[in-house]
Design a protein around this ligand. Structure first.
Ligand SMILES: *Cc1c(COP(=O)(O)O)cnc(C)c1O
Length: 479
């Protein structure tokens, strides 16, 4: 898919909005030359709702979900897509995904609560966590949510709570895969130095082979406990489908091992998230991340499906249910973040364009080198002729987009960051006493607020000043 040049403005099914340039299926440049999202002119949306602002395309969200569902189902018979809720916790987002039939991966009480509140089928929810609290376990068990065991004492706690509640509980076991074939391999988005195996080994997650066998044996003696899945999450370090296929194959190797040691064959393997959001329109200094070589869900599905089939046939195992937990791959490309241009400063060597959108709102731009493509909202197709640093208002350097080629911008213009639907609102911070932005959901030309812009009272309402400080401040007793 080429993003450059102007394609014919037809209403075909791959371009329902008749966009002249497509950044996504529903996000791109409209007939007026501005940025459009799902039938809405973003310039008008930003003027109406103000900045900073998150905008999510409902149709893009559904499209991304379906791409994963269809991409995997084309190559593997039993697939469940569990959306990683943490990537976008919006209640309306969860409703949309429920309508699509998605399950979900939850951390903590509140993520379970949001999913249940929206009516997600609890049998398609899993609870992950390295240090689950009693209230979490109780909530999961009371609602029939699968608990992915990740500590040696967790199973006994799960068993005790399930007995107390008189409820059966489905469990999974989060594995610490050996990943020997990944010992020499790295990816485009490593969390630091080291290979994929070293970085995976170094995280707190997962149980060793011996620990897993022990958990299975103990669970087999617990009448309340149903062993449902094994779980692994490779994380987002690599785009290469081969690494995911290697990991999926090892899940089956462990299934064979567990069968031989315990007689239990996992009926379901859950291989987590980390799937790229598939940026094909990648340019810029960090474009090696999620660039146009990023694989599609179909490519992931083909390679992972083949690896599982092959290994299961080799070991004489039935094909398990396959669960995947894409987060950013579904939510990321569905959303954009908008900032308004303020002061523009020309320095001796560079030019800074100040926005009211900060790394509070795109925290991964600085913390994790996530690349967000930036475009002008008005006249989006204009030639990008100026190299600028797009910066926010925070007290640090606050680079939301360093060294970006942009068309000329003026005070009052809006700038949009693409692929900002994942991990932005859900990780937004209030540093420098900033208020959290609003989010607007758009579908077929209709825009509705799904997260209300934070007001100062929301923040100030949490502050307390002890009376003794008030007395000292205002009682005239200061020394
Ligand atoms: C974060 C996470 C995901 C989603 O990761 P993405 O990179 O957003 O796809 C899935 N599963 C688990 C267990 C996670 O921790």
């Amino acid at each position: 898919m080429a993003a450059n040049g102007m394609a014919a403005q037809t209403q075909d099914t791959d371009n329902p909005g008749g966009l002249s340039v497509q950044f996504g299926k529903y996000i791109g440049i409209g007939a007026d030359g501005n940025l459009w999202v799902d039938g809405c002119d973003v310039q008008a949306l930003a003027q109406e709702h103000g900045a900073p602002l998150y905008i999510v395309s409902e149709n893009e969200l559904r499209h991304r979900y379906r791409a994963f569902r269809d991409g995997f189902l084309a190559h593997y018979p039993h697939v469940e897509i569990l959306f990683a809720n943490k990537s976008n916790n919006g209640l309306a987002i969860r409703h949309v995904l429920n309508q699509e039939g998605a399950g979900g991966d939850c951390f903590g009480v509140n993520e379970m609560y949001i999913a249940l509140l929206a009516g997600t089928d609890p049998r398609k929810l899993v609870l992950n966590g390295s240090n689950k609290q009693d209230e979490e376990l109780e909530m999961a068990i009371a609602n029939g949510i699968c608990v992915n065991i990740d500590a040696m004492d967790e199973l006994d706690r799960v068993d005790a709570i399930s007995q107390r509640l008189g409820r059966k509980v489905a469990i999974g076991i989060r594995l610490k895969l050996d990943l020997l074939p990944l010992a020499g391999r790295t990816g485009v988005a490593m969390h630091g130095p080291g290979t994929l195996k070293e970085q995976s080994d170094s995280t707190k997650w997962g149980m060793t082979r011996e620990q897993t066998v022990e958990i299975v044996r103990r669970a087999q003696r617990m009448p309340n406990v149903e062993l449902k899945e094994t779980h692994f999450h490779l994380s987002r370090m690599s785009n290469d489908p081969e690494n995911f296929a290697i990991m999926a194959r090892e899940m089956i190797v462990w299934s064979g091992y567990l069968r031989d040691e315990t007689g239990w064959t996992p009926p379901c393997i859950d291989i987590g998230g980390g799937w790229t959001f598939g940026k094909w329109y990648g340019t810029g200094p960090r474009a090696q991340i999620d660039d146009d070589r990023a694989p599609t869900p179909d490519v992931y599905g083909r390679q992972v499906g083949a690896a599982i089939r092959e290994e299961a046939a080799r070991l004489g195992l039935p094909l398990p249910m396959l669960r995947i937990e894409p987060g950013r791959a579904i939510s990321g490309p569905s959303g954009i973040a908008i900032g308004r241009v303020g002061a523009i400063k020309q320095g001796a060597k560079k030019k800074w364009v100040n926005l009211d959108l900060s790394t509070n709102h795109l925290s991964w731009a600085s913390a994790l080198d996530w690349y967000y493509h930036a475009v002008a909202v008005r006249g989006t197709a204009r030639e990008a002729s100026e190299l600028v640093d797009l910066v926010g208002p925070l007290c640090n350097s606050d680079e939301v987009g360093a060294h970006r080629l942009m068309p000329p911008l003026a005070r009052g213009d809006f700038v949009a960051f693409l692929d900002a639907g994942g991990y932005t609102e859900s990780s937004a911070a209030r540093y420098n006493a900033q208020l959290l932005p609003a989010t607007v959901l758009v579908a077929d030309g209709v825009a509705e607020v799904i997260t209300v812009r934070e007001q100062w009272r929301d923040v100030a309402g949490r502050f307390k000043v002890p009376p003794r400080l008030l007395a000292a401040s205002f009682g005239g007793a200061r020394g």
